[in-house]
Ligand binder design. Structure first.
Ligand code: PMP
Ligand code: GLN
Length: 383
């Protein structure tokens, strides 16, 4: 194995889901829903298979999906993209992120990102031979997560090439505020950096609306906006994602993408186009349902004795294990299946600065109510 990949072991998600299966635990670790997405979308995929849409689709994605993505960006976020030159379909957001970083970073270039970060970021940056410059999110007095603006300013320098921003943010559930986004945008402009935005939880903002960084002054022309069908339409196994941005940036991403996967997910593409065209009531219902689940799990976790941080978006909420006598999230999560039959993920594995997240663990609430209730009933046995 090459040196640049040696620091990366098995992803925490694979490790924890395997542990859940082995111990027959309730799996609130890996973030995937346990119900299917909209029936119209599922039927459209079956139809596409039966109709023989099973060969290589065009490299940038089928035209009807690119048109549906562009229409979605315009309708929800007021951002216009040309479906032919400014929209690219990828193998999930994961490929879009990797291809963007590989396309934009020379070896030695720096990528500013907020830690804790989604685990593929560090690996993508390492594969590009680039250097990550993490800015630490910490539990804040308002019950959520914040960062020191001076730390963000200090992370930028002459080698900054890309800022990788994820809002709503996994694993914290943080939704970056208007002021925070404005600061990120102004630093991107000042340092002539490209923003790569991971917006896979764009439809899971529980109070207020999602604000894409690309909509801020000076950002449209320097942002690669990334999302995925996986979360919004509860089909994480389909791996259909996309990247939108100005043509020169999107064609750079395509240059890399064509040699990573060439093309992807033939029959799923027309189905995701159908899903993107669903009425607003679908999106509202999806968000409301996840908000209820957040409330249900947060209440249960508090009852079970955890200190629960605020989650304003995503599938996830953080709990502090200190009140239950825990000091190290990794140890706590490794022993939790045996102690009570529940799996969670230690937040510290998403930090470079492990001490910042040592006592924090992440629970996923994108599960059926009875599954959340069962998890809480088991966790109550801890105290
Ligand atoms: N980014 C974040 C923040 C995520 O939580 C995930 C997990 N699904 C991804 C990217 C990957 O998305 P996909 O499955 O579409 O590759
Ligand atoms: N995004 C999901 C999570 O954070 C799952 C990701 C994965 O399994 N790679 O749990």
């Amino acid at each position: 194995l090459v040196a640049r990949m040696r620091p990366f072991g098995t992803t925490i998600f694979a490790e924890m889901s395997a542990l859940a299966a082995r111990t027959d635990s309730v799996n609130l670790g890996q973030g995937f829903p346990d119900t299917d997405g909209p029936p119209e979308m599922l039927e459209a995929a079956v139809r596409a298979i039966r109709e023989g849409r099973n060969q290589y689709p065009p490299g940038p994605g089928i035209p009807e999906l690119r048109a549906a993505i562009a229409a979605h960006q315009r309708e929800f976020w007021g951002l216009g993209y040309d479906p032919d030159s400014e929209v690219l379909v990828t193998a999930g957001a994961t490929e879009a992120i990797a291809a963007a970083v590989l396309a934009l970073c020379e070896s030695g270039d720096e990528v500013v990102c907020f830690e804790p970060y989604y685990d593929s970021y560090a690996a993508s940056i390492a594969l590009a031979g680039a250097v990550r410059r993490p800015v630490t999110l910490r539990p804040a007095p308002d019950g959520g997560y914040g960062f020191d603006p001076d730390e963000l300013r200090a992370a930028f320098g002459p080698r900054t090439r890309v800022v990788l921003l994820n809002s709503p943010h996994n694993p914290t559930g943080k939704v970056f505020t208007a002021d925070e986004l404005a600061l990120v945008a102004s630093l991107c402009v000042e340092h002539d950096a490209v923003a790569v935005t991971d917006e896979v939880y764009e439809h899971l903002v529980f109070d207020g609306a999602h604000v894409p960084l690309a909509g801020l002054p000076g950002m449209r022309e320097r942002t690669v906006q990334i999302s995925s069908a996986g979360k919004t339409f509860s089909c994480t196994g389909w791996k259909v994602g996309w990247a939108c941005g100005p043509a020169p940036l999107v064609s750079a991403v395509l240059r890399v993408k064509q040699f990573l996967t060439f093309v992807n997910a033939g029959p799923q593409q027309p189905a995701v186009a159908v899903a993107l065209g669903l009425p607003r009531s679908y999106y509202d219902g999806f968000r409301d349902s996840l908000r209820d689940k957040r409330d249900r799990l947060c209440l249960g976790l508090s009852d079970a004795g955890f200190d629960v941080l605020r989650s304003d978006g995503t599938y996830f909420v953080t709990a502090d294990i200190t009140p239950l006598g825990g000091t190290d999230g990794v140890e706590f999560c490794r022993s939790l299946p045996e102690r009570c039959g529940v799996v969670a993920v230690p937040t510290q594995v998403f930090y470079d600065d492990v001490s910042a997240g040592r006592q924090l663990i992440r629970f996923a609430f994108c599960k059926r109510d009875e599954v959340l209730d069962e998890a809480v009933a088991r966790l109550r046995k801890l105290s």
